[in-house]
Design a binder for this molecule. Sequence first.
Ligand code: TRP
Length: 447
Amino acid sequence: MEKEKKDRGQWASSLGFIMATAGSAIGLGNLWKFPYLAGQNGGGAFVIVYILIVIFVGFTIMLGEITLGRATGLNALGAYRKLNKKFAWVGGAGILAAFTILGYYNAVGGWVIKYIVQFVTGGVSGDSAVFFGEFISSPIEPIIWALVFALATAFIVWKGISGGIEKYSKVLMPALFVLLIVVVIRSVTLPGAGAGLEYYLKPDFSKLTPAAIVAALGQVFFSLSLGMGCMITYGSYLSKDENIEKDAFIVPLMDTSAALLAGFAILPAVFAFGFEPGVGPSLMFITLPSVFAAMPLGAVFGLLFFILVLFAAITSSISLLEVCTAYFIDEFKWSRTKATLVLSCAIFVLTILSSLAMGPMANVLIFGKNFFDLLDFIASNILLPVGGLMMCIFIGYFWGIDNAVAEISQNGKFAFRLKGFWTVLVKYIAPIAVGIVFLNMLGIIKF
Ligand code: TRP
């Protein structure tokens, strides 16, 4: 029993939980994906829709997941199974999603480390598109950097909840915000930054297509780490003295602030040097290095920027690995050491394949997608929305709002001010919104 408890672990403080949870949420999704999605989908208009979805769907599912975790004290699958056997598969799908996401997340984390090394030695000179293209398509080098990233992730998870995840998040998260603000100040004070600010802040509703709304919803799930039991797992290490309503409010607030700041860090600088904002995924790895190359003291700001990206990525990758680790510790009574080791190796097989998909295996297509895009598609577009939808249905109609409310308020100890609002959201608004967007994505309904 004692050993089991030790392998599971618990948060040492409320602040530690908030930092770890915000660390999970704030990641490549905020710094890499959000600015390019905003760049592609009408700037300010996308930002407004994104914020609305965070308030109505993000907060709702965040609170629901943390509640399930704390109520059961178990991993994603164990939590659902304990409450209702028929829903165990929802947790299982979540664990599969964590496995899948980490498969390609490691690869991108490796690219970030490569860029840090590059900026230490002076930055990316010459054509940044050629530099990036040659790097990610080479067979061996990106895999080595991904391995460094995966080892760092495994190390922190192996150190446990309070001694690993909490300890590192408490340092890395504040550092990330400081670095981010430094880069934002540099970016918005560049001559010519105004055009970028205008683009970012002035909504162009004509660009707000249904596809943009689908993208915003998918992004909310990904960015807040929702729909796969990550928050169930993190919630399971919480004590009953924690006011989780407050946490489910603060974490999305921090996550959204980080995403908005990332936009302020990137878009004004991109405009100031005359680059295109809507280039997509290559914005961070191709456009930004050129921006830094053109900027006074660019190598310093480039280095700071990629260090903050690494901090964000690592506090997210540990949460993905922890979802898998917790399952094997709870259900198979594995030690933390064995779980971290075995799972990291298994996930790294996917990482190797995703990395090779950028080069030697670029022509190996499954459902028309390379392996990297396939993993992202399965996780972000299918597993996460289904997981979020099922969670709402489960809490709203099976486990019951009353049980959830009793857990959140600890039978009256906490006020749970948003009870009425949350109830309507969980039962009706969030599942309907996610359901419509999901059916649209699959092409079953069209608007
Ligand atoms: N939220 C992280 C990001 O923005 C990624 C992430 C970590 C995640 N854990 C997750 C996404 C769980 C979905 C589910 O980069």
